[in-house]
Design a protein. Structure first.
Length: 231
């Protein structure tokens, strides 16, 4: 394990964990809609499938690289296979996050009935759709960083293991603090816009998105502590 291998490996693991935060938040929000006894099961399957998809995509690395080739042009914008996947994923995230915010802020008999109708299979299907989108983005990013396939496999397995360990406390935190759930949904909307932009060849640096959300999180935590002191 030389320095030339160790540094890219650690960097790739860190990047995969950051990219995996989107997965964790989305899974946590969906799991919160299920009975308590099914939440851990959904988190396990959701994150486990994310690892399976990433490993399978690494095995089809030559096909993945072809996704960067142009498929067609719309209004002088070149659309690739990867771009098409990101556009679909971004639109789905925007739709899902907007709908969840509406259900969270608008209480009525209709929305309560809709919440009662959700089941494990429906939640898992939605997670699988986003897992595929995030997995394609993750693997293409990994290919751009390192050349050794075993480094990519190692980074994926380690990062998904950390995601699996962190998913439960993150999910419980979001469940116990409703204001943070709305903040997390806003974060998913920003990620949806980012995916849509990347699919249309308009790159939005993720650092800006993560910094703005981290700042909002700190402000929300400070406000929560100030409210507790007043009460």
């Amino acid at each position: 394990m030389t320095q030339e291998i160790l540094i890219p490996l650690i960097s790739l693991i860190a990047l995969e964990i950051v990219l995996g935060v989107d997965n964790i938040i989305f899974i946590s929000i969906l799991a919160d809609k299920l009975p308590a006894e099914q939440r851990n099961k959904l988190r396990f399957w959701g994150i486990g499938l994310a690892m399976v998809f990433r490993i399978l995509l690494l095995g089809a690395i030559s096909w993945i690289m072809k996704l960067d080739k142009e498929l067609f042009v719309i209004l002088e914008i070149s659309i690739t296979g990867k771009g098409l996947i990101l556009i679909i994923g971004g639109l789905f995230l925007l739709y899902k996050a907007t709908k969840e915010i509406y259900l969270k802020t608008e209480s009525s008999d209709e929305t309560i009935d809709e919440l009662k109708q959700v089941n494990f299979s429906q939640m898992l299907v939605q997670i699988i759709m986003l897992d595929l989108v995030f997995s394609v983005d993750s693997i293409i990013t990994a290919v751009g960083m390192v050349d050794q396939l075993w480094v990519m496999y190692t980074a994926v397995i380690v990062s998904v293991g950390i995601m699996l360990f962190a998913s439960k406390p993150i999910s419980e935190f979001i469940t116990n603090h409703p204001s943070f759930k709305v903040l997390a949904l806003c974060f998913l909307m920003m990620i949806g816009v980012s995916l849509l932009g990347e699919g249309l060849n308009f790159h939005i640096p993720k650092g800006y998105i993560y910094f703005s959300m981290a700042f909002s999180l700190v402000v929300d935590i400070l406000q929560m502590k100030a409210t507790k002191k007043i009460s």
